[in-house]
Design a protein around this ligand. Structure first.
Ligand code: NAP
Length: 198
């Protein structure tokens, strides 16, 4: 049995601009292929062949992506969260009616030995639930250092609970620039709570 492996690291990944905006009209407000490649590399990274990550997608975010990106994510199980859809969308592996059901898939007997990390790819309500989840240990949040008109926003979170890391293994530390837009990859780590120390 794999009872000790039932709990998985659960991590948010997003990019937000100066006003914490993340989207506009169902799309990203910016065109930053290098930043998007960082997303792709991060969520597909596993420790060894045969291992998998799981990505949780809200319905809107799932359909905001071109289908071609899903075929470039070989190590990933895609979970779409929706109360209205009735069939698993093309390229996805699971459809769940709520966030917790999606998370619990990673602990199923036939998956718990395979799944390493649960990545949460948004949108806002899915991020909100992820921030509240006890398994959530890291937020990968690219700081897009510019103003964009947005209609969806990354939810506020407590910066004393999730502390910005000066450096983080595997994450470039320098300010990046693409298409005249500066951005910085940032990682916020949950402080160990007292109950865990005891
Ligand atoms: N910059 C970034 O890093 C980033 C990341 C992600 C998304 N975005 C942007 O965000 C926008 C898409 O966001 P969105 O507002 O459409 O949000 P979304 O969360 O992607 O989609 C919302 C829908 O997902 C389902 N859903 C979400 N949470 C749920 C829950 N807890 N339980 C059950 N169903 C749930 C619902 O579908 P039903 O209505 O079918 O129930 C809901 O209407 C796009 O502009 C996208 O580009 C940006």
């Amino acid at each position: 049995m794999c009872a000790d492996k039932l709990r998985k690291p659960l991590r948010l990944i997003a990019a937000a601009c100066n006003n914490m905006g993340i989207g506009k009209n169902g799309q990203l407000p910016w065109h930053l292929p290098h930043e998007f490649n960082f997303f792709m590399d991060t969520v597909t990274s596993v420790s060894r062949p045969g291992k998998l990550n799981m990505i949780l997608w809200g319905r809107g975010t799932w359909f905001s992506n071109p289908e071609c990106i899903f075929v470039k994510m070989p190590n990933v199980l895609h979970v779409v969260i929706s109360t209205t859809m009735r069939t698993v969308p093309k390229h996805a592996h699971f459809l769940c009616q709520d966030f917790d059901t999606g998370v619990s898939l990673a602990s199923l007997p036939h998956l718990c030995d395979l799944v390493e990390t649960i990545w949460v790819a948004g949108g806002p309500q899915v991020y909100q639930e992820a921030l509240m989840h006890p398994w959530c240990d890291l937020i990968y949040l690219t700081n897009i250092m510019a103003d964009f008109d947005c209609d969806v926003f990354f939810p506020p979170f407590d910066k004393s609970t999730f502390v910005k890391q000066e450096r983080f293994l595997g994450v470039p530390n320098q300010i990046q620039e693409e298409n005249g837009v500066q951005f910085k990859f940032e990682v916020f780590k949950r402080e160990i709570c007292v109950a865990e120390v005891i």
